[in-house]
Write a protein that binds this ligand. Sequence first.
Ligand SMILES: Cc1cc2nc3c(=O)[nH]c(=O)nc-3n(C[C@H](O)[C@H](O)[C@H](O)COP(=O)(O)O)c2cc1C
Length: 153
Amino acid sequence: MGRILLVYDTKGGTTDEIIGWIKDGAESQGASVDIRMAHTARSLDYDLIVVGTPIYNERPMKSVRDFLRRDDLRNKRVALFVVCFAGVFGMRNFMVRRYLEELKRLCTGTVVKQTSFDSASGPWRKLNRSVCADFGKEIASIMRQQHTALEAA
Ligand SMILES: Cc1cc2nc3c(=O)[nH]c(=O)nc-3n(C[C@H](O)[C@H](O)[C@H](O)COP(=O)(O)O)c2cc1C
């Protein structure tokens, strides 16, 4: 079974929680998952690297922008997500598209998936949790396809 690295940063903790839900979803499909903060990530020896950041004042966090510029991310498969007020349950509105475009432009790796999550709390928290866990399941499936293709090559 292949390995997934989840890389992120947070100021208020929402993205911490979202990362945990994504991990739960991916592990429920048998994936092996490691988590690193953007500024502490070292080895990128993984089948899929998932990079997430909250948006503050229209920008992704600097630590995540710096991570995406890393030279050793080249030729790696990368999934991107943003966490923001504008990101209601993965729907693409104009602002979310702009945030994701900036991440994609910076990323030296090959972007295979991108999405957004809302910083939902209260009654919406449960729905947000299952949306994030579903994303975790989806990335496990993307990673599996990659892993199988490499083994067959
Ligand atoms: C000072 C401040 C600025 C923000 N700016 C934006 C913004 O420009 N666009 C947006 O969609 N959300 C914005 N947000 C919402 C945050 O992205 C959202 O609260 C997110 O969940 C924070 O993630 P974190 O708790 O992991 O740090 C802002 C929140 C704060 C407190």
